[in-house]
Design a protein around this ligand. Structure first.
Ligand code: FAD
Length: 379
């Protein structure tokens, strides 16, 4: 495992870090560069490492995946996606021919998958979608509008939530696999963002899109619980562990800078107020890392990680924000400027408190768990 982490770290630092400045400047990753890093990653067997061996992944456990994701998290979002893949666990629900059409190509990096849940009037309330799928008994027609869809421009197909029983909310939503090439699927405007440059976020429209029965993932009306439970592990890997990686990069830069930068005749690291910031960051980083690993261990034991993952989501996102803020302070003007990656991390990390369930929603999950199961049922 140590060797794998070391290889991933060398790949991130040697092949991905050099691309970051260009992505920041152009707000995009050249397709030819994306192809190249995908090729390098596949040669090293780094793509979709968390997927089971029988579908082409490495079959890493949750703790192992988190350790690797902490290395992956040390670069920018678009490079993490292109080099290591965002292969959503929910695709493991593919059955029969669905596996060859959607799951296997996604694991191989041949087809990119996007998640299309959020709508203009349905954000945190994922059950409040208006996108509707109707059936004639032999297939489906989907109509609706999705918004803030990451990678919609690049994706080849989407996992889409749609209402199949009007008024039933979470008991009336199904999940469909929708190819972008189908007539009636249209990617709308790109929505400019504060950070995560190079990772397009867009509107997505479905206008009377015809789907065969094989496009339904799981059972009719049972899609939302299927999707939300599949997100627990992914949230731990992509927000928890990657967030710890992002925070580590900021902390490394801070410590290095505090040793190198001299003011009033000595390194700023000798001033107690700087030391206090470094110490607080290190303590909180370590706590965040251990929380991630504990939740991962619970997954490996086959336990339901719901509340633990929500705790991780909130704590890592907020800790990363505090570390990025202190990093700007320790680096002074250089922290605020684009000369160092710190100002980018400061912008990029803000969204971790918003997407994949806001901090408020995840605090709600923790609190409801405590009230229903008691402290020992959650902690
Ligand atoms: C960069 C980026 C990428 C994204 N990628 C995707 C994607 O690929 N696919 C996708 O489907 N979506 C994506 N999203 C959307 C994201 O998941 C939503 O933004 C998120 O679920 C929150 O929804 P909202 O923004 O509509 O906020 P709202 O739900 O409108 O919330 C607004 C505020 O109200 C609070 N709030 C809402 N309900 C409650 C409550 N019950 N209790 C307490 N507070 C509450 C929220 O916490 C928040 O502070 C992305 C968003 C961003 C910014």
């Amino acid at each position: 495992m140590q060797q794998l982490c070391k290889s991933v770290r060398e790949f991130v630092q040697g092949s991905l870090w050099p691309l970051e400045a260009e992505i920041e400047a152009n707000n995009s990753l050249e397709p030819v560069r994306a192809q190249h890093i995908l090729k390098l990653s596949r040669e090293k067997d780094f793509y979709a490492m968390n997927m089971p061996k029988e579908v082409g992944g490495r079959g890493l456990g949750a703790v192992e995946t988190c350790l690797v994701e902490m290395e992956i998290g040390q670069t920018v979002d678009v490079l993490m996606r292109r080099a290591f893949g965002n292969v959503y666990d929910v695709l493991l629900q593919c059955q029969g021919a669905q596996r060859d059409e959607w799951l296997i190509p996604a694991v191989k990096g041949e087809r990119v998958c996007g998640i299309a849940m959020t709508e203009p009037e349905a954000g945190s309330d994922a059950a409040g979608v208006s996108t509707t799928a109707t059936t004639d008994g032999n297939g489906w027609k989907i109509t609706g509008e999705k918004r803030y869809i990451g990678d919609a421009i690049t994706a080849d197909f989407f996992v889409v939530t749609a209402l199949t029983t009007a008024g039933a909310r979470s008991r009336g939503i199904s999940v469909f696999l929708v190819d972008k090439s189908l007539p009636g699927v249209r990617v709308g405007d790109n929505i400019p963002m504060m950070g995560m440059r190079g990772m397009p976020v867009s509107e997505l429209f479905f206008e009377n899109v015809s789907l065969g029965p094989e496009h339904l993932l799981g059972e009719v009306d049972r899609g939302l619980p299927l999707l939300l439970s599949a997100f627990d592990a992914l949230r731990l890997f992509h927000i928890g562990a990657r967030g710890v990686g992002m925070a580590r990069r900021a902390l490394d830069i801070m410590v290095d800078y505090a040793q190198q930068r001299h003011q009033f005749g000595k390194p700023i690291g000798e001033y107690q107020m700087i030391q206090s910031m470094l110490a607080d960051c290190a303590m909180q980083w370590n706590a965040a890392r251990l929380m991630v690993l504990e939740a991962a261990w619970e997954i490996d034991q086959g336990r339901d990680p719901r509340e633990k993952v929500s705790m991780v989501k909130v704590y890592v996102a907020e800790t990363l924000g505090r570390i990025a803020d202190r990093a700007v302070q320790v680096l002074g003007a250089r922290g605020y400027s684009k000369e160092y990656p710190i100002e980018r991390i400061y912008r990029d990390c803000r969204v971790l408190r918003i997407f994949d369930g806001t901090s408020e929603i995840h605090r709600g999950v923790v609190a409801r768990g405590l009230l229903k199961k008691g402290t020992s049922g959650v902690l």
